[in-house]
Write a protein that binds this ligand. Structure first.
Ligand code: ZN
Length: 281
């Protein structure tokens, strides 16, 4: 398919309410600035080999990529500086600021193969692949981790701390701003929250047909499906059994938030009933 046709299709398929963003390659220069060693998927455990930012320049580059308001995070998290990770300060841990740094870092360190590998995958939705193709065309990147990073860094132009009950992070398409409300928790950080939140540029969640109190997407083309697709990719490139188990569990949980994966009463359809990498249209 020619590029204009594909881009137009991607824009239409992602709810048709926002044009394709101006995708920019932030990844190549930030990765060079940070100089992280790359490792296969999410092994070794992210977070364990911290303090993880080798230089202030690296932190500055990530801040710039995601429009992070460093002063606001320092105030909100009561930090001495935004460079606690560089200095190994325990104060920097478990903060809202850490959530953006660690998710960005995950995408900068993981080797997730190339776009060519993804094209061969029957488990990823057409919408997800088309968006990554658009990122690839615009940024001349083939590296999957780079595509995910550039997707998120192009959509999120500003990142600020917030205090929203029941929300870890929320993206608002009107001001292109990511608001981070809760500190990072001890679960696996693989950068997928950035992919999920960026998908909100094209719309939010609905409610589950079987429970109007709970949020669901109608199918795998929404933010839950995008985040799940990213988890599936990381899972395929990760060997650490603890991380594999956690990703597996996370993916299974997400299948419960996608209506088309469940029957009218919210029971998982047989082919999605077991945990495992199962996103599908
Ligand atoms: Zn969401």
């Amino acid at each position: 398919m020619s590029r204009p046709a594909r881009v137009a299709l991607a824009a239409v398929s992602l709810a048709g309410c926002a044009p394709t963003p101006d995708y920019v390659d932030h990844y190549t220069s930030t990765r060079a600035t940070c100089g992280f060693a790359r490792h296969r998927g999410a092994s070794p455990t992210p977070g364990v080999d911290t303090p993880s930012y080798p230089s202030r320049a690296c932190v500055d580059a990530v801040h710039q990529d995601f429009g992070v308001d460093a002063d606001a995070f320092v105030r909100a998290d009561q930090l001495d500086s935004a460079y606690g990770h560089v200095e190994g300060s325990p104060q920097a841990r478990n903060t809202r600021h850490e959530l953006i740094l660690m998710n960005a870092r995950a995408l900068l360190t993981m080797d997730l193969g190339t776009l060519g590998d993804l094209r061969a995958s029957p488990k990823l939705t057409r919408e997800f692949l088309e968006e990554l193709e658009a990122v690839s065309d615009a940024t001349d990147t083939r590296d999957t981790a780079g595509l995910l990073y550039n997707f998120a860094a192009s959509v999120i132009t500003r990142t600020i701390p917030a205090n929203r009950q029941g929300s870890r992070a929320s993206y608002n398409a009107d001001d292109e701003t990511l608001r981070i409300s809760s500190p990072v928790k001890d679960d696996t950080i693989v950068g997928t929250v950035l992919v999920h939140e960026s998908r909100h540029r094209w719309g939010g969640h609905g409610v589950c047909p079987w429970n109007p109190e709970k949020s669901c997407d109608p199918d795998a083309t929404g933010a839950y499906g995008f985040g799940m697709s990213a988890k599936v990719i990381v899972l395929r490139h990760t060997e650490d059994p603890d991380i594999v188990a956690e990703l597996d569990q996370g993916i299974h949980k997400l299948t419960g938030m996608i209506a088309s994966f469940n029957d009218d009463e919210g029971h998982r359809l047989p082919r999605f009933a077991r945990s495992g990498p199962e996103p599908a249209p």
